[in-house]
Design a protein around this ligand. Structure first.
Ligand code: COA
Length: 258
C-alpha cells in the first residue's frame, strides 16, 4: 500500500470531479510517519484532539489522528477548502456529516480496521465497512443474531471451509447498509436481507421501503469490505490503495481513468 501521505497525493493531482452517479473510494494507511502525522494533528479541532488524547494506547491515538486528519484533507480537496476549516455534525446515531452550507451536497462515510481506513465520497447517502478478517468469529451464533431465518437457512448449506469468507462478506454488506442508513447496528441487522448472494451490486429495501444498492469490494487477501448507497443508479470507482488487481498506481492517467 502507498504510504505516502494523502496530502502529497492530493497536491500532486487534484481529486477528479464527482458526478451524481459516482462514488469515489480511497483506502489509506493509518500508520503515518511522525512529520505528516503532526501536520495532520494540526488540522483537528480541539474536540477531535481531546478525543485523540483519550485513547489509552499511542498506536490507537495516532491512527485516530491520521484517520480524522486524512478525512479532512480528502474532503477539503473535494470542496477546495482548507482541511482545518471543515465542520462536522453528527446524526442521532453518530453518523458524521459535513455541516453547514459548505457541504455542497457532498456525502461521505468511513470505516477503519487495523492500520487501514476506507473512505467513500459521494453525492448521495453512502456507507462503507472494512474488516480485517483476522478474528475467529463464532459464525453460527453471530449468524443467528444478525440474520433473518431465510439467511440462516442459506448459511447452513455453505461448505464449512467457505463459511469464514461468507460470514465476513455478509457482515460487511449489512454494516455498510446500516451505515448508509445512519442507524448503525440499531437498525436491526436481521431485517436487512443481503446474505449469501455473490457477485455484483444488488438492491435491497430497508424497513421503510427505500431502495439501497450494496456490493462487496475486491480487497487484499484477509480483508473484507462493502459499499452501500441510496438508489441503484450508481457505480464506484477506486481512487487509491486497492488490491493488486484493482490497485491504481500513483499516476494521473491511472488515478482518474474511467
Ligand atoms: C456505526 C457503527 C456500525 C460502526 O461500527 P464499527 O465497526 O465499530 O466501526 P467502523 O470502522 O465500521 O466505522 C467507524 C466510523 O463510522 C462512522 N460512524 C459512526 N457512527 C455512524 C453511524 N451511525 N452511521 C454511519 N457511520 C457512522 C464514524 O466516522 C466512525 O469513525 P470515527 O469514529 O473515527 O469518526 C457502530 O458504531 C454503531 O452501530 N453505532 C451506532 C450506535 C448508536 O446507535 N448509538 C446511539 C447513540 S444515541
Amino acid at each position: 500500500m502507498n504510504r505516502q501521505p494523502l496530502r502529497l497525493l492530493l497536491s500532486a493531482v487534484p481529486v477528479p470531479a464527482l458526478s451524481a452517479g459516482e462514488i469515489h473510494l480511497w483506502l489509506v494507511d493509518l500508520d503515518q510517519p511522525p512529520k505528516p502525522l503532526s501536520e495532520l494533528a494540526a488540522t483537528l479541532t480541539r474536540d477531535e484532539q481531546e478525543r485523540a488524547a483519550r485513547f489509552r494506547f499511542p498506536e490507537h491515538q495516532a491512527r485516530f489522528i491520521a484517520g480524522r486528519g486524512l478525512l479532512r484533507e480528502l474532503l477539503g480537496a473535494y470542496l477546495d477548502r482548507p482541511a482545518v476549516t471543515l465542520r462536522f455534525g453528527q446524526g442521532s446515531h453518530g453518523k458524521p456529516y459535513l455541516a453547514g452550507e459548505d457541504a455542497a451536497g457532498l456525502h461521505f462515510n468511513l470505516a477503519h480496521s487495523g492500520h487501514r481506513a476506507l473512505y467513500a465520497v459521494a453525492r448521495r447517502e453512502v456507507g462503507v465497512d472494512l474488516e480485517k478478517m483476522d478474528r475467529q468469529v463464532d459464525d453460527p451464533a453471530i449468524i443467528d443474531r444478525i440474520c433473518g431465518l431465510r439467511e440462516q437457512a442459506a448459511f447452513q448449506i455453505i461448505p464449512q471451509e467457505q463459511r469464514h469468507n461468507a460470514f465476513f462478506a455478509c457482515w460487511t454488506r449489512k454494516e455498510a447498509i446500516a451505515k448508509a442508513l445512519g442507524s448503525g447496528f440499531s437498525c436491526g441487522l436481521q431485517t436487512l436481507d443481503v446474505c449469501f448472494w455473490k457477485g455484483e451490486q444488488t438492491q435491497v429495501r430497508d424497513p421503510a421501503g427505500r431502495e439501497w444498492g450494496v456490493v462487496n469490494l475486491p480487497l487484499d487477501h484477509g480483508w473484507a469490505g462493502a459499499l452501500a448507497a441510496a438508489g441503484a443508479d450508481w457505480r464506484y470507482r477506486f481512487l487509491l490503495g486497492f488490491t493488486e488487481s484493482c490497485r491504481l498506481s500513483f499516476h494521473a492517467s491511472c488515478l482518474f481513468a474511467d
